[in-house]
Design a protein around this ligand. Structure first.
Ligand code: SF4
Length: 99
């Protein structure tokens, strides 16, 4: 649909979650809920403290699985003890193995 300025208006992009992987049932006791959440979104993509704390979290495996299944929704930050770069590398490896 054209706007007054002649440009085409597109509807907003809606990112849908992969519903085959349920979101985490958090209790509020997870390390990312108990400390400064900014640690999980470090400016340079990696924060050793957040990664170490993730490895003490009972939701580590589910959190990692959800983040890997939902790269658009977990595009930034540390999820399941993995940085964005680590998640991308794992997804690339999975795609290579699947092909
Ligand atoms: S594994 Fe997931 S839920 Fe647990 S602390 Fe890390 S980011 Fe939070």
């Amino acid at each position: 649909m054209a706007q007054k300025d002649g440009k085409t208006a597109y509807p907003p992009v809606i990112v849908l979650a992969d519903l085959s992987v349920p979101y985490l049932e958090m209790t509020g006791a997870e390390p990312c809920r108990q400390t400064d959440p900014e640690q999980w979104f470090p400016e340079h993509g990696h924060n050793a403290t957040a990664v170490r704390l993730c490895h003490t979290c009972p939701l580590l495996a589910d959190c990692r699985k959800w983040a890997l299944a939902n790269p658009q929704l977990a595009s930034e930050g540390i999820w399941g003890g993995l940085t964005r770069a680590q998640r991308a590398a794992l997804r690339r490896n999975e795609m290579r193995q699947a092909s």
